[in-house]
Each structure stands twice: as structure tokens, then as C-alpha cells.
Design a protein around this ligand. Structure first.
Ligand code: SAM
Length: 427
């Protein structure tokens, strides 16, 4: 029986490649010490899946015949450990992958011998295996949707080699950013230059789990922190966070506008419950309402001085954190862009005169960002661009007088998640 860490990785790979699902947030819960191995192994299998499969293919008797997922998972896991995890012994890498292949629900029993033979051969020279895998084209590890997302991230044009540079950066395991909520900072957290309040872990410092569990701070990517560092000095008494779970930005809004009445909407019941609980634990006062934001805003009968619309999106900007993204189905864009526009229209209607609307998505695709901005410009002449971010957060062509109304940090110089957004003020 493979160890729980490897079983968890195999289950996660089956979820992605068998079901087309995402890796659940808490997939490695209860693994204890072994979580490190599991995280590293899953990351390697997902980030290098294309190359791992390409390495195997010519070694099969009939390379054009489909290979069952159970076989592909067992081989990818075995090969990844042999090539890139020097701390794992040959014995553990090979034998556990063979056991996995022999498992009825996660493997493919008739291929147990094939998995055994290929891995034993590969284990004879692990450095050569790593070199062969690294020599295969990196583009094998990303499909057309990812290729397009990278090109859009580097829009309007990119110089030779920039796409590969960006891809290589996104292949590095992500480093979390933090924000302090109360009390003392744990050791090992250091400020991120140029972004007040944003913290990251010093090299080798332990992950500050107890601090997070005691609500002393929260994990929040630097893109979200920079987005919410908008400059706005008009009075804000009513704040709407239209798509609020899990609540990171609601928390920051509460810190930025103490005393304001905050309403946080979330359509999914379970996420709304989690949002309520998180805000309570952090001592954030906000009215949490479980509802479709567009429907609720239409009938709410009130206006807001500040509306944040952190809309549901494809998440193409989260490739680093979600290495399964290249392998998802990517058939949801029309539904999402329709929803984003419906939410934007409703939010525009509920903005108080002089109020600020911030729209954002963690995606680089123009359909989810600048297309909406252009549409809004035409459809709503009462909404005007509001240059609330420092120029460095936008593209050169969007900058005026040292500030920008379009949030679009450059992916080659900015280490946060891929984000785009814009701000408008109502006349
Ligand atoms: C990008 S996430 C928001 C992240 C959140 N702002 C934060 O920083 O923690 C988008 C959220 O919108 C929710 N959502 C999706 N459709 C919605 C709708 N029609 N109305 C309200 N919330 C919606 C999703 O369930 C998801 O929790």
C-alpha cells in the first residue's frame, strides 16, 4: 500500500486529469510531516505533466494507443521522484509507484509490470533521466489556453524569450504574502519593499501557522494588497464587497475604512458560511448576505460609496498557485464574462454619486477585464475612470500624471498573481 502522501497525490491527479476538477484547497490536510513531500510531488507532476508523458510515450510498445490514467499517474509520480526529488530513495520511488499501478481504483493492474520495468530502468541513472526530461520542450507542459493567457499577460506585444521567462517564473512554487491584523509579528516575516503592510517570509523561516490560526494575520497575495492600496480620500460610509468569500478583501476593506458599514455578498451557501465565520474570528464587523450579487443589488434600494467587485473569473492569473490550471477544461469563459457584465451593470447602478467602483479579476484575459472597461465606458457615461493606483501598477499607456485607473502590474517585474482591474467614479 503506498504511503498516505503518495495516495493523496494520486487522488489529486485523478481529480484533475480524470474529472477535470481543481485540486481542492485542503487536499493535503492531515498529512503532517509528509505534507512537504506530497506538495512537492504534486507540484512537479502537475507542472511537468506534459514532459513526463512525452518521455514515456516512445518507450511504449504501441505509442499511439491510449494509456489508462492509472498508468500515467503511477509513471508520472515515479519518474518525478526519481528525476527531481533526490531525498527519495530509488526503492521508495519505484516500489510505491508499482503498488499504485497495482491498485484497483487508482492504478491499472495489467500495467504493473510495465510501470515496474520503465521505472527500474530510469532509476539506473537518475541524473540522465532529469536531463532528458529537462531537454524536452517546456511548451509541452502548457496547453493552448495557457499559451494564450501568457501572451495576453504580456500584451500588447512581447520581446523574444519573454514568454518563456514568464513561464519559468510561474513554474516556481509560490511564496505566500501576508498581512498583519493584530498583535506582534512572528519571527521571519519581513516587509515587501514598496508595498506598505505587505509581508513575506524570510528565506528558511517557518510558515507562521499559529499566528494565522490565532487571526494575528492572514495570507493575502501582494496583488490583492496592491489593488486595495487605492488612493481615495473622499468620505466612505457604506461599503459593498459584492463577491466576498473567503473574505481576505473584506477584511482589508474593514481595516481601510474603520467605522464604515460593510456589506459582504456571496452566492454560495457554504462559502458564505465560511466567510461569516472568518470575519467573526478576525473581529471584522460586516453584514454577510448569501445572495446572487446582481439580483440583490437590483432590489436593495440603497447606494454605496465604495463597491468592490472582485468577480468570479477563469483564474488565468493564478497559474503559479494552481499548477493544474493548464489542464482544466477552459469551457467556462462565455458564462463567466456574461456573469461579470451582469455584476458590473448592477454595481454601477448602486454606486452613490461621487462613489468609487473597483472591478478586479485574477485573470489576464482581456475578455474578463479591458473589454468590460470599454463596454462600461460606452454604456455608462456617468462612470469616469478614477486614477487611484500609482503608475507602476498600470501599463504605460494607461498612466496619467503618475497614476492609473487601470490596475495591471507587469508580470515580468511584479511577483504577485496575475490581476487586472479598473476603477471608475460616478459623477
Ligand atoms: C474571486 S472570488 C472573491 C475573493 C474575495 N474577494 C477575497 O479576496 O477573499 C469570487 C467569489 O464570488 C463568488 N460569486 C460567484 N458568483 C457570484 C454572484 N453571482 N454573486 C455573489 N458572489 C458570487 C464566488 O463564489 C467566489 O467566492
Amino acid at each position: 500500500m503506498p504511503t498516505p502522501a503518495r495516495l493523496h497525490v494520486a487522488h489529486a491527479l485523478h481529480e484533475v486529469f480524470g474529472e477535470g476538477g481543481r485540486v481542492p484547497d485542503i487536499w493535503d490536510r492531515d498529512l503532517g510531516e509528509d505534507a512537504h513531500l506530497a506538495q512537492a510531488l504534486l507540484g512537479l507532476c502537475l507542472r511537468r505533466w506534459g514532459r513526463l508523458q512525452a518521455w514515456v510515450k516512445p518507450k511504449l510498445k504501441d505509442p499511439d494507443r491510449g494509456v489508462p490514467l492509472g498508468t500515467r499517474v503511477a509513471l508520472a509520480m515515479g519518474l518525478a521522484q526519481l528525476a527531481w526529488l533526490p531525498g527519495v530513495s530509488d526503492h521508495a520511488a519505484v516500489n510505491e509507484a508499482v503498488e499504485l499501478a497495482a491498485s484497483r481504483d487508482l492504478g491499472f493492474v495489467p500495467h504493473k509490470g510495465l510501470v515496474n520495468a520503465l521505472l527500474r530502468r530510469a532509476a539506473k541513472d537518475r541524473a540522465a533521466l532529469a536531463a532528458e526530461l529537462e531537454a524536452l520542450p517546456a511548451a509541452l507542459d502548457r496547453g493552448p489556453a495557457t499559451e494564450r493567457a501568457l501572451k495576453e499577460a504580456l500584451r500588447p506585444h512581447h520581446a523574444e524569450g519573454e514568454l518563456e521567462t514568464l513561464w519559468a517564473r510561474l513554474q516556481q512554487p509560490p511564496r505566500p504574502d501576508f498581512r498583519r491584523l493584530k498583535g506582534e509579528l512572528p519571527e521571519g516575516l519581513v516587509p515587501v519593499a514598496g508595498l506598505p503592510g505587505c509581508l513575506c517570509l524570510d528565506e528558511g523561516a517557518p510558515f507562521p501557522r499559529p499566528w494565522l490560526e490565532a487571526s494575528g494575520g492572514m495570507v493575502q497575495d501582494r496583488s490583492s494588497q496592491a489593488l486595495l492600496a487605492y488612493r481615495w480620500d473622499r468620505p466612505v460610509t457604506r461599503v459593498m464587497d459584492a463577491c466576498a468569500a473567503p473574505g481576505g478583501k473584506t477584511t482589508t476593506l474593514a481595516l481601510r475604512h474603520p467605522g464604515a458599514a460593510i456589506t459582504a455578498l456571496e452566492v454560495h451557501p457554504r462559502r458564505a458560511a465560511r466567510l461569516r465565520q472568518t470575519l467573526q474570528q478576525r473581529g471584522v464587523e460586516a453584514q454577510v448576505i448569501q445572495a446572487d450579487a446582481a439580483e440583490w443589488l437590483e432590489v436593495c434600494g440603497t447606494t454605496f460609496d465604495l463597491i468592490l467587485l472582485d468577480a468570479p473569473c477563469t483564474g488565468s492569473g493564478t497559474l503559479q498557485k494552481h499548477p493544474e490550471w493548464p489542464w482544466l477544461k477552459h469551457d467556462d469563459l462565455p458564462r463567466l464574462t456574461g456573469l461579470q457584465r451582469r455584476l458590473l451593470a448592477a454595481a454601477g447602478d448602486r454606486l452613490a454619486p461621487g462613489g468609487l467602483l473597483i472591478y478586479a479579476v485574477c485573470s489576464w484575459l482581456p475578455e474578463e477585464g479591458c473589454s468590460h472597461r470599454e463596454w462600461l465606458e460606452q454604456a455608462r457615461p456617468d462612470l469616469h475612470p478614477a486614477a487611484v493606483w500609482p503608475a507602476a501598477m498600470g501599463a504605460a499607456q494607461d498612466t496619467e500624471g503618475g497614476a492609473t485607473a487601470v490596475f495591471r502590474p507587469h508580470p515580468l517585474t511584479w511577483e504577485g498573481e496575475g490581476f487586472q482591474g479598473f476603477a471608475v467614479q460616478r459623477s
